[in-house]
Design a protein around this ligand. Sequence first.
Ligand code: AP5
Length: 212
Amino acid sequence: MFIVLLGPPGAGKGTQAQRLAESTGLLHISTGDMFRENVAAGTELGKLAKTYMDRGDLVPDEVTIKMLLERISRPEASAGAMFDGFPRNVVQAEALDAALAGKDAKIDHALLISVPDEELITRLGGRWICRKCGRLFHERNDPPKQAGVCDECGGELYQREDDRPEVVRNRLEKQKPPAALIDHFRTSGVLTEIDGLQSLDAVTAALEAAIR
Ligand code: AP5
């Protein structure tokens, strides 16, 4: 099964992908995480991606698509995957469709998590992430038991560079799923829209029901 998680920055794609990966066993592929790993490792790809990420802009399609296609060509992605943060536009969606068609596969579900802007700003401003295992927290909505420490692995929690208010403004302006992308999945009959204002558990239940 191949699933796409769509939604604006801060909608809960990463949080829900971590939960669904656990309940379904599906491989979680996050292009944002892949770029951050490259930035941390100081690769050429990371250096290039950082110039866009720091401003809250999308990394160019040719770079992003090449990275993603390499990832899904690996054997561990042959049985299925859940894409978090990809595709962001129709060009990326068509590249993904073509790559999956080459494996006799297709996107089975596109799950759109919708959340209004005011809530997104609060969520991004209060987000904390474990440096070691990547578990996501929110200082008010989903706080760790001990401030600054991951419940899962004891790792140190940090805030993302691109969660600064001025960058968040640009991300919200430029990175909401475009109407043409949503139509792409609606037309192929795989789109389900989920109210992302619900509690974390209610959103997880709605997503699980949609893919059952
Ligand atoms: P990426 O990492 O994908 O960032 P994003 O799309 O902006 O999404 P976020 O990770 O910020 O939010 P999320 O929806 O995952 O929310 P989360 O679960 O963390 O991309 C980063 C950058 O990489 C981009 O800016 C771009 O430059 C580049 N990039 C990536 N993919 C690309 C592509 N395909 N093409 C080009 N460039 C690309 O939740 C947020 C917070 O809210 C958390 O604290 C969480 O605890 C809390 N929360 C979540 N759900 C709930 C809830 N239901 N109730 C209360 N709190 C909640």
